[in-house]
Write a protein that binds this ligand. Structure first.
Ligand code: PZK
Length: 286
């Protein structure tokens, strides 16, 4: 792809510039677990995540505009509008997991939201919470209060991203729950486009940007299995790997099981067979 300039690398994705207004987001088949990218790829993971994002972008256009222009025929690349990205991660939590659970246990609050006493790990929250964080250059994003978020992006825009993030989570989590997947929480990224309008960017409601839990195994009072990564995590735990880079190679059966779970999430959520998507990615756009 000599006509595209490499702009940025994420752990498992790359961004290229097509021209001054257009970017190409490419999702690889790399997988990370315990924050380390593993040396073994999961075939089709990049296409599954790209197709899922495309599906959600197409179905949430009425809630908020998004950056997607088109899905490329390879199924793993999205052409998108270049935005001025906001300096906050817009996290919505419907359940108490990860840093939300940690903060609640330490303080009884998450990002300045006071919660009832006695909630258990992975409990459903009384209502979904907007819990923004800052984009750390290295290491982990840091949870911030609503006041700190408003300081970073301005009070008016902050109010708008909060309202829109909650509306998007409510739509996607209800859709997923009806199809056997608990969308425990999600991270959204917004930017501003032409005329200063709010636009949803990045990826949306994928297993890399959200916690997907199998609904039939949901049992609060401890951590929940990941819909997609649990085979890989269990294998890494059995090995006794110390969770520092480099991670272990995954055996064939763990790769096959993990791929099957990604494809299952894709098919349940989109209602489209993955083979049909592979033949023509536009089928997820409705
Ligand atoms: C943008 N990222 C994060 C994602 C990476 C890094 N539409 C946009 N306009 C301007 N900038 C971005 C986007 C989007 N999406 C997103 N960095 C810049 C990121 C994936 C891979 F390396």
């Amino acid at each position: 792809m000599p006509e595209a300039l490499h702009v940025a690398s994420g752990k498992v994705r790359e961004i290229y510039a097509l021209d001054d207004r257009t970017l190409l987001l490419v999702a690889s088949d790399r997988i990370s677990t315990f924050d380390v990218v593993l040396p073994t790829e999961i075939p089709d993971k990049g296409r599954v995540l790209t197709g899922l994002s495309g599906f959600w972008f197409a179905r949430t256009q009425e809630i908020v505009a998004n950056h997607m222009l088109e899905l490329r025929p390879d199924g793993r690349s999205t052409e998108c509008r270049r935005l001025e990205m906001l300096p906050i991660e817009c996290v919505v939590r419907g359940y108490l997991a990860g840093s939300g659970w940690k903060d609640y246990r330490a303080t009884g609050e998450v990002c300045g939201h006071r919660l009832p006493a006695g909630l258990r790990e992975s409990a459903q929250l009384p209502e979904p919470l907007f819990t923004p964080s800052t984009k750390a250059q290295t290491g982990h994003d840091e949870n911030i209060t609503r006041a700190e978020g408003a300081e970073l992006v301005g009070a008016e825009l902050f109010g708008e991203v909060e309202r829109v993030s909650l509306a998007l989570y409510s739509f996607a989590s209800e859709w997923a729950r009806e199809r056997g997947i608990v969308l425990a929480d999600t991270k959204l990224e917004f930017g501003v486009g032409q005329g200063g309008r709010l636009v949803l960017g990045d990826e949306a409601f994928t297993p890399d940007s959200s916690r997907f839990w199998p609904a039939d195994e949901y049992a609060p009072g401890g951590s929940q299995p990941s819909f997609d990564k649990q085979f890989a995590r269990d294998y890494c735990e059995e090995l006794g790997w110390d969770k520092t880079a480099p991670g272990p190679e995954l055996p064939e059966d763990v790769v096959a099981g993990t791929r099957a779970r990604y494809v299952e999430a894709f098919e349940r959520l989109t209602g489209v067979s993955f083979d049909d998507y592979a033949a023509d990615p536009t089928v997820v756009l409705g």
